[in-house]
Ligand binder design. Structure first.
Ligand code: SF4
Ligand code: SF4
Length: 472
């Protein structure tokens, strides 16, 4: 029944295979010989499949867990260096016809403010985001064929890319909208989107159907097969994720990796990113009503194991997580974080003062982008606003070959420094500027290729002289 190459959800995410995987993991969680072999395999950057990674997730032997963490840190350093890419979510509309029980936008919630941005509102929102320094957005919208049809989403994308305020520009728009048709994915591709992101929420079919009792999202197969349709429509960067807390985390973890293996088996390229959201409090939603919440330690272990299992896949955490949790997981392999996020519709331009909120979840990290940039640098990271790959056509397997050829230090690293320099020139506070310039001067020296290093120095100077938008 289990077949990673199948296009049927229940065959590539086979419940039977996950249950057998969990039993295998339980039987081997103290099998030190096997665990050592798996850690060794991961060290060779070969990744791990869902069965192998599940054994490591089940293993509680403290020194082995420490080895996993150390390895995740090493892989993060080798592949992603000390760069962290920044982005912000932009909520377009919270009209939604679905009944997801964990989301305040579910259709039956009558006490949330329903809002949908007009194109004029979008100009205000994006101007506010550009004025913070953001270059990369993830747009979000509920599913509602009347209020948020694909034409509306396409129009919003066009508006977002067209706004050029002072030196600001949004250079990459990632899209997080409901599962749709191949035709609509083609339209999104033509509109120039970056990654198409769709969270599975849970891979457990029975729970999925209970958690999505009404609306088109109730259809497990249609939702789970969405990434195949997206890829058929020409989108080759797709982002997976589950909402941890809905089902048993070990089940979700195995399902997530099986989904990644499926994409690789069918399309020859795995997911571009994996997000690891945890359920949060929100209007009408009490996270304690879900019994599968995970501790910060388990969350960190999941992040570390995703890093070593799929070393070429970016990992994203949002402002759902607090500063301290983010500090804990950043070294374990996170490559992208959101900063200064508002999770309400229209939240950037108007600070929502009304009592009736339109936000999707409580943000745990409320700092400004300047504070986040400053904090990252003080922790030794390079905040990056890079969007180069998508704009150079390095998507899908072309992006993967950049990763695999280890040219990241000659590419992502100078791009991070140049986009950080733009940020410092245009948006940073004096103190952030000072810390940032010291960091740039230090990190320029770490570009291995002499020619690239020389060009990067020149471009950093050009940026001081008012020029913008350089990339490798
Ligand atoms: S999770 Fe998405 S589809 Fe479900 S209610 Fe919320 S906005 Fe709608
Ligand atoms: S060069 Fe490509 S992979 Fe590297 S940070 Fe920029 S967009 Fe990401």
């Amino acid at each position: 029944m289990y077949n990673p190459k199948s296009l049927k959800a229940e065959e590539f995410i086979s419940d039977e295979e996950i249950k057998e995987t969990l039993a295998y993991a339980d039987a081997n969680k103290n099998n030190v010989e096997l665990i050592d072999k798996l850690i060794q395999k991961a060290k060779e950057l070969k990744g791990l499949n869902h069965r192998e990674a599940s054994v490591l997730l089940a293993c509680d032997i403290p020194e082995k867990v420490q080895e996993m963490y150390k390895l995740a840190e090493q892989i993060k350093k080798d592949f992603y260096g000390n760069r962290i890419v920044l982005f912000a979510p932009l909520y377009l509309s919270n009209y939604c016809v679905n009944g997801c029980v964990y989301c305040p936008y579910h259709a039956k919630n009558k006490h949330i403010a329903r809002k949908k941005l007009t194109q004029e509102d979008i100009i205000k929102e994006v101007t506010a985001l550009q004025d913070m320094g953001h270059k990369r957005l993830a747009i979000e919208a509920g599913e509602d064929p009347v209020n948020n049809p694909i034409e509306y989403i396409l129009e919003c994308i066009k508006t977002i890319y067209s706004i050029k305020h002072k030196n600001g520009a949004i250079r990459r728009v990632n899209v997080n909208i409901a599962a749709t048709t191949v035709e609509n994915y083609k339209k999104l591709k033509e509109a120039g989107i970056g990654t198409y992101i769709l969270f599975q929420e849970t891979y457990h079919k029975e729970s999925y159907e209970k958690l999505h009792p009404t609306g088109p999202k109730h259809n497990y197969a249609y939702h789970t097969e969405a990434m195949d349709r997206a890829m058929e429509g020409g989108i080759d960067d797709v982002g997976l994720g589950v909402l941890f807390g809905l089902e048993l985390y070990r089940y979700e973890f195995a399902g997530l990796l099986m989904h990644a293996e499926h994409l690789e088996a069918v399309h020859g390229v795995g997911p571009h990113t994996i997000s690891v959201p945890r359920i949060k409090r929100a209007d009408d939603i009490d996270p304690t009503a879900f019994d599968n919440g995970i501790s910060d330690d388990i969350f960190a272990k999941i992040c570390a194991l995703i890093r070593i299992s799929v070393p070429y896949t970016g990992m994203i955490i949002s402002t759902r997580e607090s500063q301290s949790v983010r500090e804990k997981v950043l070294p374990l392999g996170v490559s992208q974080i959101s900063g200064a996020s508002k999770t309400s519709v229209g939240g950037y331009a108007d600070d929502e003062k009304e009592e009736i909120t339109s936000e999707q979840f409580d943000v745990s990290d409320n700092r400004t982008l300047d504070e986040v940039v400053n904090w990252l640098m003080k922790l030794g990271y390079i905040p990056s606003f890079c969007t180069a790959c998508y704009r150079e056509g390095r998507t899908g397997d072309r992006f993967m070959s950049l990763c695999k050829s280890r040219q990241i230090l000659n590419c992502c690293h100078p791009n991070a420094l140049m986009t950080l320099k733009e940020y410092l020139e245009d948006y940073a506070s004096d103190e952030t500027q000072k810390v940032g310039m010291e960091l740039i001067n230090k990190e320029l020296k770490n570009i291995p290729n002499e020619k690239v290093r020389k060009i990067a120095y020149e471009h950093i100077n050009d940026i001081s002289n008012g020029k913008r938008d350089f990339r490798f």
